[in-house]
Design a binder for this molecule. Structure first.
Ligand SMILES: Cc1cc2nc3c(=O)[nH]c(=O)nc-3n(C[C@H](O)[C@H](O)[C@H](O)COP(=O)(O)OP(=O)(O)OC[C@H]3O[C@@H](n4cnc5c(N)ncnc54)[C@H](O)[C@@H]3O)c2cc1C
Length: 443
């Protein structure tokens, strides 16, 4: 009898235990259904503004994770103000915006990790410490690194002008040279590369030396600044009037430009150049170009170009991985109308990041993707003092107005990522202030 009752009740109470793990799995999948993860790798120009855009346009059930090895966003286009800023020990702070100030709400999760490898087949990103991130869509915006193989061994007094820390060390070293050790010996500063970075660095150094001479009234030694350029002119990708004006400006600042000269190697405080000459230097800045960041493992199926940049299609999808979008300095994007590669600028990086963010939203909604149309190039090149060259479409400006436009451009960008008072404070600090003050207000 009892047995019979049990048998009747069995359908109500019996539950096959071996199915439990499967059911948990199905329940987990149902919960995560529609919960996509967008991973943004790199908190540079191509990563930060798109992450803000993603947090605005993507629905709440989409996780947005930003990964960067650093916890700050670096403002490389403002490095040219280094000669004016006091408190140079903390100089990098003037160019660094803490990421938590840009993303205070927590909508964008911040992971401070170095990306080690990406596995598109399993949609996994592996960090240097072994941590894993599973993504549905990804923006790959890891930027670039100085791309030179010129240095044999560990060379002293060589800088690249590509990070706030490097700019600080360079300034420190220069001040020591000028003020300290060998007050009477002539100093030779060599800048390798007459592109945007090389020209800005040369002009900034000349400005700093003039500042020391005028303000400290020190009897500093004779200083020779030589800019070495492999081609026959400066700023190869700019329009002719910009190249010409930049050359005249550097000449006026006392900088000697040597064209058709290539740095072959650097060894023992000497630069070996293409004509077979050897030039001794006291300070060397190598601004001879950049290449895409290398991960520990190559991304399967991707054909990197000779500068380690990643080819992208017109929708900015990584070829051949359609769920990964590429933006910024690490992207190899061909400009069909102008028939050349899109050059790596902050301006281009921001726009590419935006297109990538929009396309992710459209992919999630099942819509057609939008193409990336590179805008007409805009160059603002600060060349010491209150002087900059501005070139955009039909507008050609030179001098203090160019400099004012550069500063306005910088403020406008800061205001697009920070509340106005913070943007204004950092903007002022980055131009004239004490670097030390920046993080106190921004934290
Ligand atoms: C001195 C100088 C002056 C410049 N002036 C101008 C200018 O006036 N106008 C202009 O438009 N452009 C200018 N540029 C160029 C501009 O700064 C770059 O084009 C722009 O920064 C590119 O943005 P990005 O996001 O691609 O890369 P980045 O800004 O370099 O950002 C890449 C990010 O990825 C992170 N990262 C790298 N590797 C890893 C990893 N393995 N794991 C995790 N994170 C990683 C880095 O920490 C960084 O935050 C200048 C550059 C320099 C150096």
């Amino acid at each position: 009898m009892v047995k019979g009752i049990k048998a009747e009740c069995r359908p109500f109470f019996y539950f096959p235990e071996h199915l439990i793990p499967n059911i948990i799995y199905i329940w987990y999948n149902m919960r995560m259904e529609g919960k996509k993860t967008v991973a943004i790798l790199g908190a540079g120009f191509a990563g930060v503004r798109p992450a803000l855009a993603c947090s605005d346009i993507l629905p709440e059930n989409v996780r947005i994770i930003m990964v960067d090895k650093r916890d700050v966003h670096t403002l490389a286009p403002d490095f040219h103000t280094f000669s004016r800023i006091t408190g140079h020990q903390d100089l990098p702070n003037a160019y660094a915006v803490p990421l938590k100030n840009i993303f205070p709400s927590g909508r964008v999760e911040l992971w401070q990790n170095a990306v080690s490898s990406i596995h598109p087949d399993t949609r996994l990103i592996i960090m240097a410490e072994g941590k894993q991130l599973h993504y549905d869509y990804c923006i790959y915006a890891l930027g670039s690194v100085p791309g030179f193989q010129l240095i044999n061994g560990t060379e002293k007094a060589v800088f690249t002008f590509t990070s706030g820390e490097d700019v600080r060390m360079m300034k420190d070293y220069l001040l020591t040279l000028c003020k300290g050790k060998y007050p009477k010996a002539p100093i030779r500063i060599i800048i390798g590369g007459g592109g945007f970075t090389g020209c800005e660095a040369a002009a900034g150094i000349s400005q700093l030396i003039a500042h020391i001479r005028n303000n400290d009234k020190k009897d500093i030694p004779r200083i020779q600044i030589i800019l070495i350029e492999a081609s026959h002119e400066l700023l190869g990708s700019a329009r002719p009037w910009v190249r010409n004006a930049a050359f005249l400006r550097l000449k006026k600042l006392g900088i000697e430009c040597r064209f058709n000269t290539r740095i072959q190697s650097v060894n023992g405080g000497k630069v070996h150049i293409s004509q077979g000459d050897i030039l001794a230097y006291d300070l060397l800045i190598l601004a001879t170009g950049v290449e895409g960041v290398s991960l520990r493992e190559p991304i399967s199926g991707v054909n990197f170009d000779n500068k380690r940049k990643i080819p992208a299609n017109p929708f900015l999808q990584m070829i051949p991985h359609k769920r990964i979008f590429v933006a910024g300095d690490c992207a190899h994007i061909y400009h069909e109308e102008r028939g050349g590669l899109v050059s790596g600028t902050a301006h281009a990086a921001i726009l590419q990041g935006h297109v990538a963010a929009r396309n992710i939203m459209r992919m999630i909604k099942g819509k057609h993707l939008v193409r990336y149309h590179p805008p007409a190039p805009m160059h603002i090149i600060p060349l010491g003092g209150y002087y900059a060259l501005f070139d955009h479409r039909y507008i050609q400006i030179e001098g203090i107005i160019g400099w004012a436009l550069k500063r306005m451009n910088s403020l406008q960008y800061l205001n697009s990522i920070l509340p106005f008072p913070k943007a204004l404070f950092l903007w002022r600090t980055g131009a004239y202030g004490t670097a030390k003050a920046a993080p106190q207000v921004l934290q």
